[in-house]
Design a protein around this ligand. Sequence first.
Ligand SMILES: Cc1cc2nc3c(=O)[nH]c(=O)nc-3n(C[C@H](O)[C@H](O)[C@H](O)COP(=O)(O)OP(=O)(O)OC[C@H]3O[C@@H](n4cnc5c(N)ncnc54)[C@H](O)[C@@H]3O)c2cc1C
Length: 414
Amino acid sequence: MITSEARLYALSQAESLAAEAVDHLSQTVRNAETGRVDPIALERAQHQAHGTAWLVSHVAGLTALHDWAQRLEETNSMGPVEAGILRIGFAEYLNRIIHGLPMGQTETVRPHELGTSLHAMGMATDPTLNALFADPDLPEIRMATALAMSEHGFSNPADDPDGEISMMRTQYQRFAEAEIAPFCHRWHLDDILIPDETVQKVADLGTFAITIPQAYDGLGLSKQAMVAVTEELSSFHLPTGSLATRPEIAGELISNSGTQDQKERFLPGIASGKIMTTAVFTEPDIGSDLAHLSTRAVRRGAVYQVSGAKTWITHGGRSDLMTLLVRTQAGSQDHSGVSMLLAEKPRGTPATPFPAPGMTGGEIRTLGYRGMKEYDIAFDRFDVPAHNLLGGEEGLGFRQLMATFESARIQTAA
Ligand SMILES: Cc1cc2nc3c(=O)[nH]c(=O)nc-3n(C[C@H](O)[C@H](O)[C@H](O)COP(=O)(O)OP(=O)(O)OC[C@H]3O[C@@H](n4cnc5c(N)ncnc54)[C@H](O)[C@@H]3O)c2cc1C
């Protein structure tokens, strides 16, 4: 068991090391005279900047882990699984902060590259921290935690006082065993869409309604419920669990930012599965950096005409509504000219994925994550009614999407 004092001590060390790294980066990339970030210096220091972001994220992760442990301790509900996760989490994150952060399969950032060598060396030889990151019992703790999770699952009564989430888990476990496990390998080998009947059964369970407000025929449940359902649906076949990702994005975009009319027109259909949605953001040259996308939407009277190319669009064919990120402001270079359109389209089939004027596309074959199909889509003056601009105001699309990505990330992680 890691005591609260030991955790707080480790956190304070990690925080001050991260502050040093941020300071070091600031000195590297700021213009000494103006104090502003110099884009050329930042470009040169990409590895350091990226590594510093990773370091700060790890410290935020440790802080969240500590806060979670504290809540469990306060309610006397720290079980063996939680205690195991806590020890493994602190050990792993401290090791990375002190010895090097793996940012990708081929990219590690070391303390000397962040200007934190001395501090990291001090932490490496600190007996209190050593007891956390070099704990000789860790291999056994990992094994015991994994076994306990496989036997009892990972749900803490303190997080689910009325047992609702646990009941949903059981219901979805049974569903996955009966309706997904026997068939999903065949779907994968044949590289076909998850059958319509299975999608309908997933919808009938209320899967797409979970976080949609009750006022719009949703269940109005928590993100925690959504995570539990996603974990169970994914247990045999990742794409079945991921069926809800796009409705989750569309549902939250419209619930948070839609006009009253948009909420009434779209949310009940998304909740029931009658309206299948697809998220249309990525472009051939723009992935992470969506603020610089180039697909244009030009206002002509009562419609926006959309032209441009999108790629990697999951479930693009078998869908009725696109959350379509476009540039509405001519000449703008950044997020301020980006808007979100709720673009309706006829539902396609694998043979004819895009039976709509102004829209063509083709499948991108994948090795895995099969069952929804990914597409390239080209728009050529594709019409979207102007009243389908999310929230009725241009230039807010990037911000609306970033607010929503938070829960989409949680759902994808589940
Ligand atoms: C199976 C699959 C399904 C998908 N489904 C959809 C979908 O339904 N809808 C949709 O819109 N998109 C979809 N995508 C696209 C996905 O969202 C993008 O692949 C993702 O946003 C990353 O963009 P990119 O591939 O262009 O990589 P890039 O953005 O070019 O990133 C490449 C690498 O560079 C790193 N990097 C990026 N920016 C920086 C920076 N500033 N500093 C340092 N490092 C950086 C990244 O971490 C990454 O390792 C899908 C992709 C896949 C593979």
